[in-house]
Design a protein around this ligand. Structure first.
Ligand SMILES: Cc1ncc(COP(=O)(O)O)c(C=O)c1O
Length: 424
C-alpha cells in the first residue's frame, strides 16, 4: 500500500471511491457502537460485584471500633486511609478519603480556593482579577471543564513523551496569576504518558510566584497497568516536602477503574497541614462520606498486593481490547502515513493524531456510520484543538467483537478524511 501523500490525484480518486464504498456498506449495518468514554466493560464490573456482599453482620460494619454505618470521621475510616496510603506510597495521615469520586474532591478544593482561599492564600481567589491555570494538552477534558467553570484563563502546555514541557511550566509559574496545573502523571489521559523522573523532580521543585499554587496530581491510573508489571511510582508528597513545597501538592486517586466508576471511593492526599485546614471546611458541606462503601473497599481490596492481583485480572480483560485497536491501526493506517498514535501499557485510552485538519471530519463520519467517539477538541482547553488532529479512543467498554467493528469504521473514516484533505 502506497502512502497517501505519495499518490497521484488519479490514484487518490480511485482509493477514495473504494474507501467510500466500504464506508457506505458499513452504514447499512445500522451499527450503534461507542468508544467515547473510559468506562470498564460489563465483564469487569461483574468480576468485582462480589464486593457488594462483603458486609453482612454487625461486626462486619465495625472497623477499628468505628461503626461505619453512623456519622463521623469526615476524612475517612483509618483503615481506608491506610489502604490508600499504601497504594499511593504516602503516609496515612496525609490521606483524606472522600465519597464516590475523585473529581468531586478536585472540584471541592478549587471551589474552596475561590470561596475561602487555601492555607497560604493572601485572599480568596474570587477577589482576584484574574486566575490562570496550566493545562498540559492533550489532557483530560473534565479537568479543563472544572477550570473553565470557575472562569480561569486556561494556558496550554504541550505534552512531550516525558510529561508536560517543563521549560515552559517553569517559565509560566513566574506569573503570580498562575495558580495551578493539572497533571495525570501515570498513564496520562489520553496519551498514556508516564512522567519521567526528571519531570517529576522538576514539578516538585517548582518555585511558583503564587504562594498558594496548586500542583494537582491526579494519579487516576496509578495501578492501572494492562500490558506490563506494576511500575512503582515516586511519592510526590515526599518529593515536594524535600523541596520545601510540602503544601503545594494535592494528589488524587480513586477506585473508579478498580471497582465501580461512580460507586467507588475517591481520595485526596496532601500535607498534614493542608488536611488540617481543609477538614473543617469540607465538614461544612457534609457530616461524613459513605464509610460503608469505604469499608467494603477495605475488606475487598485488603492491601496493595491483593489490589495489584485484582488489577492483573482487569488487565487480562483490557489487554486484548487495546491490542485489537493497535493491530487495526498498524495494519490499516500505518502504511498510509496519515496518522500517529501512542502505544500505552496502562491507563484507559489510546491517543491518535490524525492528519492535521481532519479530526472533526473523521469523527463526524464515524457518527454517520453509528460509531460514537469523544468529541474532537475535547482533549484541549476550551475544547479547541489548534491542529484539529487529536482523537481519543476509549476501547475499554465494548466487547472485543464490537470494538473490532468500531475500529474498522474509524480506520475507514480516517482514510476518507485524509483523502479529502489531500484533494480528490
Ligand atoms: C485522569 C482522570 N481523572 C479522574 C477521572 C474521574 O475519576 P473519578 O471517577 O474518581 O471522579 C478520570 C475518569 O476518566 C480520569 O481519566
Amino acid at each position: 500500500m502506497k502512502k497517501y501523500s505519495d499518490m497521484t490525484l488519479a490514484e487518490r480518486q480511485t482509493e477514495y471511491a473504494a474507501v467510500k464504498a466500504a464506508f457506505e456498506a458499513k452504514k447499512t449495518l445500522g451499527l450503534q457502537l461507542n468508544m467515547a468514554r473510559g468506562k470498564p466493560g460489563t465483564d469487569q464490573l461483574d468480576m468485582v460485584t462480589e464486593m457488594c456482599n462483603i458486609l453482612v453482620t454487625h461486626d462486619d460494619f465495625v472497623s477499628d471500633g468505628i461503626d461505619s454505618r453512623n456519622y463521623g470521621n469526615v476524612d475517612g475510616l483509618p483503615a481506608a486511609k491506610k489502604l490508600f496510603a499504601e497504594l499511593l506510597g504516602c503516609k496515612p495521615a496525609q490521606v483524606f478519603v472522600g465519597g464516590n469520586a475523585s473529581l468531586q474532591l478536585m472540584f471541592t478544593m478549587i471551589a474552596m480556593a475561590y470561596s475561602h482561599g487555601l492555607l497560604h492564600s493572601e485572599k480568596p481567589w474570587k477577589e482576584l482579577e484574574k486566575v490562570k491555570w496550566l493545562c498540559p494538552a492533550p489532557g483530560y477534558d473534565r479537568h479543563f471543564k472544572v477550570s473553565q467553570y470557575f472562569g480561569m484563563e486556561l494556558l496550554t502546555v504541550p505534552m512531550t513523551a516525558d510529561g508536560p514541557d517543563m521549560d515552559l511550566v517553569e517559565e509560566l509559574v513566574k506569573d503570580p496569576a498562575v495558580k495551578g496545573i493539572w497533571n495525570v502523571p501515570k498513564y496520562s489521559n489520553p496519551e498514556g504518558v508516564v512522567y519521567s523522573d526528571e519531570t517529576i523532580r522538576r514539578m516538585a521543585a517548582l518555585k511558583p510566584a503564587a504562594p498558594d499554587f496548586m500542583l494537582m496530581w491526579d494519579n487516576a491510573y496509578c495501578i492501572h497497568e494492562f500490558d506490563c508489571e506494576f511500575v512503582p511510582f515516586a511519592d510526590i508528597l515526599a518529593l515536594c516536602e524535600e523541596n520545601g513545597n510540602a503544601d503545594m501538592v494535592y494528589e488524587f486517586a480513586s477506585t473508579s477503574k478498580v471497582t465501580f466508576p461512580g460507586a467507588g471511593v475517591g481520595v485526596m492526599a496532601a500535607s498534614e497541614a493542608n488536611l488540617a485546614y481543609v477538614k473543617p471546611l469540607i465538614n461544612i458541606q457534609t457530616i461524613g462520606f459513605d464509610k460503608i462503601n469505604q469499608l467494603r473497599h477495605v475488606k475487598y481490596l485488603q492491601d496493595k498486593e491483593h489490589t495489584l492481583a485484582l488489577m492483573k485480572r482487569h488487565a487480562a480483560i483490557l489487554s486484548p481490547k487495546f491490542h485489537a485497536v493497535l493491530s487495526a491501526l498498524d495494519a490499516e493506517i500505518a502504511p498510509l502515513g496519515i496518522a500517529d498514535w501512542k502505544r500505552p501499557v496502562g491507563g484507559y485510552f489510546v491517543s491518535l493524531d490524525a492528519m492535521p485538519g481532519t479530526a472533526k471530519r473523521t469523527l463526524a463520519l464515524c457518527k454517520e456510520a453509528g460509531v460514537t467517539m469523544t468529541g474532537a477538541g475535547a482533549t484541549f482547553p476550551y475544547g479547541i484543538d489548534p491542529n484539529d488532529s487529536n482523537i481519543r479512543i476509549a476501547p475499554t467498554m465494548p466487547p472485543v467483537a464490537e470494538l473490532e467493528q468500531a475500529i474498522a469504521v474509524l480506520c475507514l473514516c480516517l482514510r476518507m478524511s485524509a483523502l479529502e484533505k489531500l484533494g480528490i
